[in-house]
Ligand binder design. Structure first.
Ligand SMILES: Nc1ncnc2c1ncn2[C@@H]1O[C@H](COP(=O)(O)OP(=O)(O)O)[C@@H](O)[C@H]1O
Ligand SMILES: C=C(OP(=O)(O)O)C(=O)O
Ligand SMILES: [K+]
Ligand SMILES: [Mg+2]
Length: 568
């Protein structure tokens, strides 16, 4: 299995890195050119399924356990098949699917490597392309028993450059005068000219503003405005990539003029959302959220259209306005993403780490899953190993106990998608094992989140169960939950053991797959709790995930009960 392999790999002494790896600043720009040309890259893939008898134990080490001689008659073959192979890693992994990973074999390799959620970025590709990926993920779930959720990420109305007339990139040199124009051009573009997608651009900018491409990969100063054309002098040379994001800065902050009035959800986004609802995606991530209203609006739209099948709405925190209205946005949403790519282009970079920490904490308090995204392993777009600094960044996000980590370009168009995923997985497992070894239980005081009395009971049951789990060092907590709420309340307490969550709904199961520590299974509940317990024990014993004698805690949201017992 990829995770265990790379765990060993990280622990073993490494041969010296090739001289070209992790080049200094200047070369870093050059390496972007081939790396960001999507179609050149082909991911390695493996269609091998992991050995069902070999699973990471709660400490994250791979242990080969003999398969049960005979699967107990209470866990049916169907349940085993539909619940597929599982891992006990607590931190969840989101992979952006792109040209490097869209084939069935490449997707299966990501599934084997531990992908919990597949993300589709609607900025790229057409709907047919996205539909094929969704179908392939669904087939993997049905045929192999995975519960991989699909997250659709909207394009939103960011300001970006055009597609450079089909060129893969353009180099801007120091002192050159470039024209940024709102006119549309027939290809080929005039020399030193780029198109800007936002019509108000030429009105909004002022002479003297700084224009940043991709948060600073190249920098220009506005020197002259001529109707639709804005003449800019290059002050930091760099590469311009197709559809690169643009921000303009005045007196040390990002300028928000009429561009602040751009809609969060554009007419193209609404069509994509209709597509997502029709395809039954599990999450919709909304780009450049500014207020809670847009989230409420989308949620009621989904409720009216999707007839029962619930789609969770994730707010991407990546603009200045989202920071001003952070708490009400998160309260309105079903989860949040720290979208550090655009966030780092809108606020000074040195503010990003503390804001990440604040968002992760707030989401935990409010019981909303949180994803830390962008550039976690950026160098792995081109190189087979990460930088030490990237490993430290991933460790920090795991240490903050974020629900999930996300790959973007690394999995969408990088050369080493599987290796990048395996680094996320092995670093997560290693940090998680470290807590257990050091008995670093979380001491975070949690405020009440439930408004109803019955909700408060569930909340208290989960807080007590998590405390008991840590104090008694139990091997696992079992939670039986219809809508998933009790499982998420338990996940919020971050108990230091695997949480096996059983639900009778396949879509709830997929949504729970984004949340910290939850290992969701589908089970047809019976009214008899004893029978539910026994069926799940034999299901997990057959998978080598628990064994006779293990100490476990079982919770149910139907009975609002808590039990401590040894596995028979
Ligand atoms: N569906 C897709 N089709 C083609 N290329 C894609 C797709 N999804 C992602 N990519 C590539 O992967 C890169 C990184 O993905 P992501 O971070 O999601 O997008 P962006 O860089 O536009 O914010 C993109 O810039 C693009 O080159
Ligand atoms: C995740 C992000 O959004 P996108 O990749 O869609 O720009 C980000 O900006 O960090
Ligand atoms: K997007
Ligand atoms: Mg973004």
């Amino acid at each position: 299995m990829a995770a265990a392999h790379s765990l060993l790999h990280l622990a073993a002494p490494k041969p010296p890195a090739p001289a070209s790896a992790h080049p200094p600043l200047g070369a870093a720009l050059l390496r972007l050119l081939p790396a960001r040309r999507p179609h050149r890259l082909v991911a390695s893939c493996s269609s091998a399924l992991p050995d069902l008898a070999a699973f990471p134990n709660p400490n994250g080490l791979l242990v080969a356990e003999p398969a049960e001689p005979a699967i107990s008659q209470v866990a049916t073959e169907t349940e085993l098949r539909e619940n597929g192979p599982r891992s006990t890693r607590r931190t969840k992994l989101v992979c952006t699917v792109g040209p490097a990973t869209c084939g069935p074999a490449e997707l299966e390799a990501l599934a084997v490597g531990g992908m919990n959620v597949a993300r589709l970025n609607m900025c790229h590709g057409d709907r047919d392309w996205h539909r094929k990926v969704i179908d392939a993920v669904r087939r993997l779930n049905e045929d192999k028993g995975y519960a991989i959720a699909v997250m659709m990420d909207t394009e939103g109305s960011e300001i970006h450059m055009g597609d450079l007339g089909g060129a893969p990139a353009a180099k801007a040199e120091d002192g050159e005068i470039w024209t940024f124009s709102v006119r549309s051009f027939e290809a080929p573009l005039p020399e030193l000219t780029v198109h800007v997608n936002y019509e108000g651009f030429a009105e909004d900018v002022r002479v003297g503003d700084d224009l940043l491409v991709d948060g600073g990969m190249a920098r220009f100063e506005v020197v002259e405005k001529l109707g639709p054309d804005v003449k800019c002098r290059c002050t930091d040379p760099g590469l311009l990539l197709p559809r690169a994001n643009l921000t303009f800065w005045r007196d040390g902050s990002v300028v928000r003029e009429k561009n602040a009035m751009l809609p969060t959800i554009t007419s193209k986004d609404w069509l994509d959302i209709d597509f997502g609802i029709a395809e039954g995606v599990d999450f919709i991530a909304v780009s450049f959220v500014k207020s809670a209203e847009v989230i409420n609006h989308l949620k009621s739209y989904i409720a009216a259209r999707s007839r029962g099948s619930d789609i969770a709405v994730i707010a991407k925190i990546e603009s200045i306005d989202s920071l001003t209205n952070l708490e009400e946005i998160i309260r309105a949403s079903d989860g949040a993403m720290v979208a550090r790519g655009d966030l780092g282009a809108q606020i000074p970079l040195e503010q990003v780490p503390s804001i990440q920490q604040k968002i992760v904490k707030l989401c935990r308090q409010l019981n909303k899953p949180v994803i830390v995204a962008s550039q976690l392993l950026e160098s792995m777009i081109e190189y087979p190993i990460p930088t030490r600094a990237e490993v430290a960044d991933v460790s920090e996000a795991v240490h903050q106990r974020a629900d999930a980590l996300m790959l973007s370009g690394e999995s969408a168009m990088g050369r080493y998608p599987d290796k990048a995923l395996s680094v996320l997985s092995s670093v997560s497992l290693r940090i998680e094992r470290w807590w257990r070894e050091e008995k670093h239980h979380e001491a975070l005081e949690l405020d009440d989140v439930s408004s109803s009395f019955s909700g408060k009971i569930s909340e208290e049951i989960c807080i007590s169960a998590a405390k008991m789990a840590n104090k008694l060092e139990v091997d696992a907590v079992f939670v039986y939950t219809k809508g998933g709420h009790m499982a998420s309340l338990l996940s919020r307490c971050r108990p230091d053991c695997p949480i096996f969550a059983f639900t009778n709904s396949t879509s709830v199961r997929r949504r729970l797959n984004l949340q910290w520590g939850l290992i969701p299974f589908r089970l047809t509940f019976s009214d008899d709790m004893e029978s539910n317990l026994n069926r799940t024990f034999s299901l997990l014993k057959a998978r080598g995930m628990i064994k006779s004698g293990d100490l476990v805690i079982a919770l149910s949201d139907m009975l609002q009960s808590i039990q401590v017992m040894n596995v028979p």
